[in-house]
Design a protein around this ligand. Structure first.
Ligand code: UPG
Length: 826
């Protein structure tokens, strides 16, 4: 029987290019390690050891990133075919949970907009319930939703009637679309509601005259002992679909305030969506795209969630802080999808409820219509027993001695509950898919100040470190429980904070060495320099290709790589320090909610592409120190090279310092050229200059051996022969062939051991060894020339060293001749 396919999955052809690039780079990386080890062996030094450590960490993070490039896929969905599979009345129930935590960092008007846009999904309202979970326990939130429930009666039918696309009223009216007869009236209602909510937030309380009789009892819970941490359970049904109708007598979706488990007790829909409070719906058809996965006749019964990307409406044209996370959200995620599971991003994830109750084998049937827990759908959500059950499960003692947070529901105990929860689900055998419709499903806000973005990243990175050092480490645990490639991709995120080691080393070591005229990279004419150039340019070029394919341009890419460096000397090392302090019990780390409050001046500066400093954050101090050291080293290096020469030897360091300087431009600008409120605080600049100069002046002659770079007349030249490239390529190709042959021998030995195979292996190993030794002499053939005419520049004739000439005659007694030669040498 023909079964309509609601989605398709196609492997991306770019995977072949990715794999080839990875193979060539791996060879390059191992060659570089060989050089480091050889140097360490023959002339061990702190500098070489630091370079080795930096490069090993870089290589680890790079390699785990490549895992996400091995199996990229693309998906398409066909919502127009849904009707062939299920009638609208047969759609599964959908619970939407929106979380908010602080009405002063997350303005209730914005949360209301998010919720209204979700209530207005193109989905049967009798199947839809929206929950608002307020961790801040604020009466301002309740008041805002009381008002929102009234406005919804007008807004939802208006969206339906005119098939409006922007279903967040703020966005819709912000675009000035007065096309329909009711538009003015609806806008006025919205503005009135907005003003009321904002007035209450400004006064920080809800006055009695703003509360209608029906809500007095609800607000009476906010007594003098009520605090955000300690308060009675508050569950309020603001709209109930069986009772509340919009102005066209169409049922409204349920709208309920408070806790996530409450949704299982009240509506128990098979699918639920979790949403950040700022992530409004930008595409009303999003739930239909989700159904294209959950209701596909060939659906994987273990499918746990469908993830939509996090997209942002307020990123400036050049994405100054790399806030779009294009590489993570639009590139790597497809690589995860190709091996069985995209990560959960904390928002925009539609879950099958059953996935939170246990492993696929323990929870039984996985048909979406069966994916319920309490089976309470038929009763009114205002009935006493449902409300009693909801209060019971919402109570904070409910979880004690249960599996909630450990083996069920969202997994606690980390600052990255989203990534962690997705990882655990996938290690239990659940799968997930990524869905990226052309019109973004959801749009949220991204921080506009540097300190907000650095603090947010630091929180994530502490969370990643918690995961690395837990029993759920992606390598030790992941390798056993999921596709190893997927485990490696998770490992990439968890290892990222360790990049602090590499970026800090490369932000200071070559620069300080430059100040000592001490060369730590090969000189330009040295073949090893080519290897450095290949690895650096290759990875940057590949990164640019990935970024462009993800939808970014050159300027955005540049800003993104700059943020990578900025994070490397701020959020990454601070996350490591925070994690260490927390691990030894010297501090606790809390979830600091990211501020979503818009400040006009900050927005203006952000839109102009300026970095927003403004506050005295220790995170800015380290960035500034690195920027000043790079500038000082670069300028000193240029002067030294002009005075004494040595450009070839010092080029590598001049390049690294120069690269640091170019990337640090916004920091110098904020220190010296800007006078607005977002400039670098003077105290940070002063402290940074003090520390940087102290560092540059006090390290002289410590770990760096001073090597004068004065030009000396060269009496000989040594030119590598071009044939070496041919020799090397030949050796490389044959070496790959030899390894393939060995692989065959070993496999044969393993599966059908015999004397013949063993003898062949021994013979080939010996041949290969002798061959490899001979190739060693072909790798770097050189040609030498001497310039006797330049000798007077170095030494006068009178200063020539003495020269003894020994003439040998044939001697029947060889030993005697040797004895004579030895005597001469003495
Ligand atoms: O104690 C808390 C803290 C936060 N939130 C809500 O969680 C959401 C995310 O918080 P936010 O401060 O915006 O964190 P971000 O770092 O911007 O969010 C990203 O990172 C979080 C942690 O990994 C994920 O939870 C989010 O979904 C993801 O968008 C917001 O709706 C908050 O209201 C709560 O409900 N309770």
């Amino acid at each position: 029987m023909f079964e309509p396919s609601l989605n398709t999955l196609t492997p991306s052809p770019i995977r072949w290019f990715n794999r080839l690039y990875a193979l060539i780079s791996v060879i390059g990386i191992f060659t570089l390690f060989y050089r480091h080890f050889r140097n360490l062996l023959y002339s061990p030094s702190v500098t070489i050891f630091s370079q080795l450590v930096a490069d090993v960490v870089l290589a680890l993070v790079w390699a785990t990133w490549q895992a996400g490039q091995m199996y990229p896929v693309h998906r398409r969905v066909f919502p127009e075919k849904l009707a062939l599979v299920v009638k609208e009345g047969g759609f599964p129930g959908l619970d939407v949970v929106v979380c908010t935590a602080d009405p002063f960092k997350e303005p209730p008007v914005r949360v209301v907009n998010t919720v209204l846009s979700l209530m207005a999904f193109d989905y049967p309202t009798e199947k839809l319930s929206v929950y608002v979970s307020d961790d801040g326990g604020s009466q301002l939130t309740l008041f805002a939703f009381m008002e929102a429930a009234k406005f919804a009666r007008f807004w939802l039918p208006y969206c339906r009637k005119y098939d409006i696309l922007d279903r967040s009223p703020e966005v819709y009216f912000g675009n000035d679309p007065f096309l329909f007869p009711e538009s003015y009236e609806i806008k006025e209602m919205y503005e009135t509601m907005k003003a009321k909510i904002e007035e209450a937030v400004e006064k920080r309380r809800v006055s009695h005259d703003q509360i209608t009789h029906r809500w007095i009892k609800a607000f009476s819970k906010w007594t003098s002992t009520f605090t955000p941490q300690n308060h009675p359970t508050v569950i309020e049904v603001l709209l109930e679909r069986n009772e509340d109708k919009d102005i066209t007598e169409h049922p409204l979706p349920n709208l309920i305030l408070f806790h996530i488990r409450v949704s299982a007790a009240m509506t128990d829909s098979p699918i639920f969506l979790t949403q950040d409070c700022d992530m409004y719906s930008n595409n009303p058809k999003t739930p239909l795209y989700t159904l294209c996965h959950f209701l596909d006749p060939k659906v994987d019964p273990n499918l746990a969630f469908v993830q939509f990307p996090q997209s942002f409406h307020d990123i400036n044209k050049v994405d100054t802080y790399g806030g779009q996370h294009l590489l993570e959200i639009r590139t790597n995620i497809w690589g995860m999808d190709g091996v069985g599971g995209t990560m959960f991003m904390g928002t925009g994830g539609f879950f099958k409820r059953q996935a939170f109750l246990g492993t696929p084998s323990s929870v039984g049937p996985s048909d979406i219509s069966e994916a319920k827990t309490h089976r309470v759908e038929k009763k009114s959500i205002k009935s006493d027993d449902i409300l009693a059950l909801a209060h019971h499960v919402a109570g904070c003692r409910y979880e004690e001695n249960t599996k909630w947070g450990l083996e069920m529901g969202f997994r606690y105990g980390t600052l990255i509950e989203d990534l962690y929860t997705g990882f655990i689900l996938q290690s239990q055998g659940w799968t997930s898919v990524f869905c990226d419709p052309e019109r973004a499903a959801f749009l949220g806000s991204s921080p506009m100040s540097l300190s907000d973005i650095l603090l947010q990243s630091k929180r994530w990175f502490v969370g990643f470190l918690e995961m690395v050092f837990s029993k759920h480490n992606p390598i030790t645990y992941g390798f056993k429980h999921m596709d190893p490639i997927l485990a490696l991709i998770y490992a990439h995120y968890d290892l990222r904070p360790l990049l602090a080691i590499s970026i800090v080393i490369y932000s200071f070591l070559p620069q300080l060495a430059l100040l000592n005229s001490c060369s730590i990279f090969p000189k330009v004419s040295d073949p090893w320099f080519g290897l450095y150039a290949f690895l650096f340019l290759g990875s940057y070029a590949k990164n640019l290709v990935e970024y462009t394919m993800a939808g970014g341009g050159l300027v955005k890419w540049w800003n993104n790589q700059r943020m990578w460096l900025v994070l490397g000397v701020s959020s990454y090392p601070f996350a490591v320090i925070d994690w260490v302090l927390k691990s030894v019990g010297l501090s606790t780390i809390e979830f600091n909610v990211t501020s979503k409050v818009l400040d006009d001046e900050i927005t203006k500066r952000y839109d102009a592409g300026l970095f927003e400093f403004g506050v005295e954050s220790p995170l800015f101090l380290t960035i500034s120190i690195a920027a000043i050291v790079n500038l000082f080293a670069f300028l000193t290096g240029v002067v030294v090279v002009f005075k004494n020469g040595g450009f070839e030897e010092l080029f590598g360091q001049l390049f690294v310092a120069g690269f640091g300087v170019v990337n640090s431009w916004p920091i110098y600008e904020a220190m010296v050229l800007r006078s607005d409120k977002g400039k670098m605080p003077v105290m940070i600049t002063v402290k940074a200059i003090g520390v940087a100069l102290g560092l540059c002046l006090t390290q002289k002659g410590t770990i760096f051996q001073h090597k004068p770079t004065m030009v000396e007349p060269s009496l000989t030249t040594r030119t590598p022969l071009p044939i070496r490239w041919f020799n090397r390529v030949y050796a490389l190709v044959i070496a790959i062939g030899i390894f393939a042959l060995f692989y065959r021998h070993f496999r044969n030995l393993l599966y059908s051991p015999s004397v013949t195979i063993f003898s062949l292996l021994v013979a080939d190993v010996v041949l290969a060894l002798v061959w490899a030794m001979w190739q060693a002499s072909q790798v770097n053939p050189v040609h030498r020339r001497v310039f006797p005419e330049k000798l007077p520049l170095v030494v006068k004739e009178g200063g020539f060293p003495g020269l003894d000439v020994v003439v040998c005659t044939a001697d029947p007694f060889k030993e005697r001749r040797l004895r004579w030669l030895t005597v001469c040498c003495l």
